[in-house]
Ligand binder design. Structure first.
Ligand code: ATP
Ligand code: MG
Length: 329
């Protein structure tokens, strides 16, 4: 059977890459889904603890992320949308998997390296941002073992299909390796090997720096597409133009070539104008729906709690099986 799992960190307002690379697929998957427990989407607040922020901010952003996801079209009656920290088995499985994962495998991961760099840039800004400052302490264990928790997120549900952006493919391969290694170690077939589900626009690049992927928690990222965004690099570099075309095509749901033909005679300024227009048309309704949902935060919390009860049911049964398999209890 098909079991889908995907997560998003409550680390700010979702950026276009999150939607075009991942959330869009969450919504699409709902159209063909029959079983009511085959789609699991998580606001991964445990992962978000690796990004420095105040407790109030994390709590607020978690709720806002729930609202954003629903506003983007994820229907909580078709998908199980839940907060990761509401399901204790994620951290229980993290430990078990950590006990069979070589540190060498984690050393090869590239994300913690770029995140560490990003956090380094935060030093000195932390006062203004009202956050604690783990950046000053170098690489923290949580950031390093992040991919093991991600493997636990996936394997806990015996998930088979994982809609993610390109940047998470390396982590997903690690999750496969861990699953395979677990199965071999314990002579079991408990875990299926999860496969990525990628979209056409699986890697949306930053508008500030088209060499880097867009990231919602990047302090340097300009989230809103404005007329001035990336203008200097746009004039010099083709990647900026290619990125804008890709964004335009994805939002209009057409092919890149089609979009390129359509916008062939545009100046850079007109191109940006056209993309900005497409973004506004998309973001406008999403934002007002999100605000409506947040105005009824009680309903949102209730929906999450109900889903979390169901998810905990699945997680508890699987955790029992895993615990038995490794000799716990
Ligand atoms: P952060 O900066 O906090 O890591 P993020 O923007 O990278 O935030 P995540 O919560 O880490 O977002 O990831 C959520 C999903 O969005 C993942 O599936 C990830 O692969 C996807 N994603 C993130 N950035 C992009 C991007 N630029 N293009 C396509 N997909 C992306
Ligand atoms: Mg990320």
């Amino acid at each position: 059977a098909m079991r889908v799992f995907s997560g998003i960190q409550p680390t700010g307002v979702p950026q276009l890459g999150n939607y075009l690379g991942s959330l869009q697929n969450w919504v699409k998957l709902q159209q063909n889904s029959t079983a009511d427990d085959s789609l699991l989407f998580s606001i991964v607040d445990l992962h978000a603890l690796t990004v420095p922020r105040s407790p109030q901010k994390l709590r607020q952003e978690t709720l806002e992320m729930a609202a954003s996801i629903v506003a983007c079209g994820v229907d909580p009656s078709k998908s199980l949308l839940f907060r990761q920290s509401a399901v204790a088995a994620h951290t229980q499985l993290l430990w078990v998997l950590g006990c069979i994962t070589p540190v060498g495998w984690l050393n090869r991961m590239t994300q913690w390296k770029s995140k560490l760099q990003q956090q380094g840039q935060l030093v000195g800004q932390t006062e203004a941002l009202n956050v604690h400052a783990p950046a000053a302490q170098g690489l923290l264990a949580g950031l390093f073992t992040y991919p093991v928790l991600m493997a636990a997120d996936i394997l806990l549900y015996k998930a088979t299909h994982i809609p993610v952006g390109d940047d998470q493919v390396q982590h997903l391969e690690l999750a496969r390796d861990i699953a395979e290694h677990f199965n071999k170690t314990y002579k079991t077939r408990l875990f299926p090997l999860p496969a990525p589900l990628l979209t056409e626009s699986k890697r949306v690049m930053s508008l500030r720096d088209p060499q880097r992927k867009m990231s919602k928690s990047d302090p340097n990222e300009q989230r809103r597409l404005t007329r001035s965004a990336g203008s200097r690099s746009m004039r010099k570099e083709r990647p900026g133009v290619a990125n804008l075309l890709a964004i335009y095509a994805a939002l209009r749901e057409t092919e890149c070539e089609q979009a390129a033909a359509e916008l062939r005679d545009c100046s850079n300024a007109q191109l940006k104008e056209a993309v900005a227009e497409a973004v506004v048309q998309f973001v406008g309704p999403v934002r007002s729906e999100m605000q409506r949902l947040l105005a009824n935060a009680g309903d949102l919390e209730k929906m999450l709690a109900e889903n979390e009860e169901k998810v905990n049911g699945i997680a508890r049964a699987n955790w029992k099986e895993i615990a038995t398999c490794v000799g716990l209890q």
